[in-house]
Design a binder for this molecule. Structure first.
Ligand code: COA
Length: 151
């Protein structure tokens, strides 16, 4: 098992993984174009040459970043892969001197286990809503916002 930064040849498998859950309404869809453009945000877990998990750190401001597009392949959950991705991303965020990571999710209990706390979405800066306005669920979204201080 290798956890590493994503590279361009990973995109097709990343696309399949994200859009599998997006088709079930569990996360936002991502186009191939969005994955290529943001490839440097992404971390992947690879086993036997297959991508089985991914997650992204997207920086917004001098102290704030989002952990997003986190997914572990169907059938591979609850084996610690999600946690490893969050830990890898948190380490990267620390190195960048990010102060706070937030996430928008339907899985708040997973993030609470990793030290995140629920906050009021409305308290987040407008800058973070770029993704939301392109989402079919906007403005009636029931994702929960959580954050963790890391530096
Ligand atoms: C949510 C998700 C990323 C979790 O990944 P995972 O690899 O299954 O999680 P882990 O095995 O690393 O779990 C870490 C801890 O959280 C717990 N946990 C995992 N999923 C959980 C959930 N949905 N609710 C509550 N606790 C959860 C685990 O039991 C484990 O607890 P422990 O340390 O006490 O044993 C994964 O289930 C997934 O990809 N879901 C579909 C996509 C999705 O909903 N993404 C969410 C972000 S948008």
């Amino acid at each position: 098992m290798i956890i590493r930064k994503a590279i361009l040849p990973d995109v097709e498998e990343m696309y399949e993984l994200v859009n599998y859950y997006a088709s079930k309404g569990q996360m936002l869809p991502r186009s191939r174009s969005a994955l290529y453009e943001n490839i440097r945000d992404f971390v992947v877990i690879e086993t036997d040459g297959q991508i089985i998990g991914l997650g992204a750190l997207h920086v917004y401001w001098n102290d704030l970043a989002e952990l997003r597009t986190l997914a572990v392949k169907n059938g591979m959950e609850r084996q610690g892969f999600g946690k490893q991705i969050v830990e890898f991303i948190s380490k990267e965020a620390k190195e960048l001197k990010v102060q706070k990571i937030f996430t928008l999710t339907y899985q708040p209990d997973f993030f609470k286990k990793l030290g995140f706390s629920v906050i009021d979405k409305a308290s987040m800066p407008q800058k973070i809503w770029t993704d939301c306005i392109n989402c079919p669920k906007f403005p009636n979204c029931n994702e929960i916002c959580l954050e963790v201080n890391i530096n």
